[in-house]
Design a protein around this ligand. Structure first.
Ligand SMILES: *Cc1c(COP(=O)(O)O)cnc(C)c1O
Length: 428
């Protein structure tokens, strides 16, 4: 099967995500045959460095032996069992280990299948816990300007990215959208003041505030300070509103600590959401971690006060085994090594700073903006990068990298050279 054949069949039979299918004639999907470390290899044997970790999931590169072995072993033992009425060791161990990473502050773990379902679960748990506590009027949600929390209807209701949201706007719940912090604008204090005004006025009706800690990913890798989150935590406590930290993108060490929230301090949010990197790009899994307070609000002899929510693959053992193998890597000191990798990236990209705007980095996420970018910049950049052995998908005029934890000076230099060459092509 040659590459053009497969791309052609894909256009006919596969409805690709986040894609205007009519554009696929000009931008044919890359037919990927296999993966090796940071490289993806197409059906013609050409290779591409997976600079965005296949939508931020692939932590250790492709075909990681330890992850594969963990899944294979689980596959031969117990590929699946329902988590209602049954339990299993991989799920229990994973829940215990994640809760231990919060010092027990978030000691109750609910399992979902993907990021959007984790968002739905947390929104429902927040509302329902207030209801069980005799405050059913707390049913409004708050999110930040340019936030992204997924694309099912509930998650989209707390998402403020126009291209995803506008078409479905008439269907969505009316969440409050509040000014967001943006390190490029140094506006954290104003953003907090706007939040305070809303919470002061509506806290009796507000169930929760949901945020992407430290980096608003889909907004274009917008980075902001931990101080904003400290202020937000204090404020949500003051007004009796839950705080949901959506770490689906920024968790699993991406910002330099396992949870981005570790950089904020020891007063944890009421919910932390994980997905994407938690299985290292092998299995679909998401997790909602929450507190004794939220959990206890559901504790009752009355069945309907319980959280009657489920997905067929909830707590799938294969996915949990993969996640446990990911945590083994962090337990073995991966993040010490990742700091050196982040420095290698910083050194390699520093020479680009004068040509671009707001070159910024937190941990293993590096981004910059391209001023006066031509029309269809992201699509053109993605396409031209292929010729430089690079798989990358800018967001608007923001080019970013979120590579697997496989960076050394040589790979960092390769990435900087490939990005610079692509930029030269696109701006030529
Ligand atoms: C990707 C993402 C989601 C949605 O996860 P899916 O698995 O794509 O549904 C939610 N929140 C954030 C911050 C994300 O980056």
């Amino acid at each position: 099967m040659t590459a053009p054949d497969l791309a052609q069949r894909s256009r006919a039979a596969v409805w690709h995500p986040c894609t205007q299918m009519a554009r696929l004639a000009d931008v044919p999907p890359l037919p990927i045959a296999r993966g090796e470390g940071p490289w993806l290899i197409d059906t013609d044997g050409r290779r591409y460095f997976d600079a965005n970790s296949s939508w931020w999931v692939n932590l250790f590169g492709h075909s990681d032996r330890a992850l594969h072995d963990a899944i294979k072993q689980q596959l031969d033992t117990l590929p699946h069992v329902m988590l209602a009425g049954c339990t299993h060791e991989p799920a229990v161990r994973l829940a215990e280990r994640l809760s231990a990473r919060t010092g027990g502050a978030l000691g109750h773990v609910f399992f979902g299948s993907d990021g959007a379902s984790a968002v739905e679960i947390a929104l429902k748990q927040s509302f329902h816990s207030w209801k069980n506590l005799g405050q059913p009027e707390k049913r409004e949600f708050v999110c930040l300007r340019h936030s992204y929390h997924g694309e099912t209807l509930g998650a989209l209701s707390v998402t403020d990215v126009q291209v995803f949201r506008d078409a479905y706007d008439p269907l969505l719940m009316r969440a409050h959208i509040v000014a967001s912090p943006d390190g490029r604008l140094a506006n954290e204090a104003e953003a907090l003041a706007a939040m305070r005004r809303l919470l002061a006025e509506r806290h009796a009706q507000i169930a929760c505030v949901i945020v992407e800690p430290l980096i608003q990913g889909a907004a274009g890798m917008v980075m902001y300070s931990p101080e904003y989150l400290r202020g937000l935590r204090e404020m949500t406590r003051e007004f009796g509103v839950h705080l949901i930290a959506d770490e689906i993108a920024v968790g699993c060490g991406r910002t330099g600590t396992f949870f981005a929230w570790e950089q904020v301090g020891t007063d944890w949010p009421d919910f932390i959401l994980l997905s994407k990197g938690i299985t290292g790009g092998t299995m679909a899994l998401s997790l909602v971690l929450t507190t004794d307070d939220v959990f206890n609000a559901f504790w009752s002899d009355d069945v309907t006060r319980g959280f009657l929510h489920s997905h067929s693959y909830t707590g799938n053992p294969l996915a949990c085994a993969a996640a446990n193998a990911v945590l083994d890597r962090f337990d073995a000191g991966l993040l010490d090594n990742a700091r050196a990798q982040a420095s290698a990236l910083a050194r390699a990209f520093a020479p680009l700073a004068p040509r671009v705007a707001h070159l910024r980095q937190r941990g293993m996420i590096l981004a910059f903006d391209v001023p006066n970018a031509p029309a269809r910049f992201a699509e053109t950049f993605h396409l031209k990068a292929r010729a430089h052995e690079l798989l990358i998908r800018p967001i608007g005029n923001t080019v970013y990298l979120m590579p697997p934890y496989l960076i050394d000076d040589a790979t960092a230099a390769f990435l900087a050279q490939a990005v610079t060459a692509t930029l030269n092509d696109v701006l030529a």
